[in-house]
Each structure stands twice: as C-alpha cells, then as structure tokens.
Write a protein that binds this ligand. Structure first.
Ligand SMILES: [Zn+2]
Length: 79
C-alpha cells in the first residue's frame, strides 16, 4: 500500500512527455492567463500550460473536469 502510494506520487511529479506541445492561453483549472513561459503538463499526449504545479496536478488528476472530449480547454470557451 505504502509503495503504491509512493509510485503514484512519483508518476504525478514526473514531467510526462507530450506528443503535442501546449498551445492553450488559459490555465484549464483556474482560468488564469498563461504564456509560453508557463510550465506545462501532459494529458493524453497533449500538453497544457498551467500557472503552477498545483493546477497541473489537478488537471492530471481529473482532466475531464477541465477539458472537453476533444481535448480543448473548457475555460477558453467561457465568455
Ligand atoms: Zn492555475
């Protein structure tokens, strides 16, 4: 149990390689503006820029909450 938890944390902390570079202009989790300098995380082979690692973890933990089925960022569609 303990080792399984450690492994899970290690996977989350490791920067997963993304097949497609991040192009989003808003943090999918909090909706803040992000730039090319922002760190990015990979979800399903697609990179997403996030404002900080906490948003990155939230995005990887529950991507359906923040992304549409086609991988687009829900926060960017809000008007
Ligand atoms: Zn954020």
């Amino acid at each position: 149990m303990f080792h399984a938890t450690l492994l899970c944390l290690a996977v989350l902390a490791a920067p997963a390689p993304a097949d497609k570079p991040a192009v989003n202009v808003k943090d999918p989790v909090c909706g803040m503006a992000v730039s090319a300098k922002s760190q990015s995380v990979a979800v399903g082979g697609q990179g997403y820029r996030v404002c900080n690692k906490h948003c990155g973890e939230a995005l990887q933990k529950d991507p359906d909450k923040f992304l549409d089925k086609d991988g687009s960022v829900k926060a960017e569609k809000k008007k």
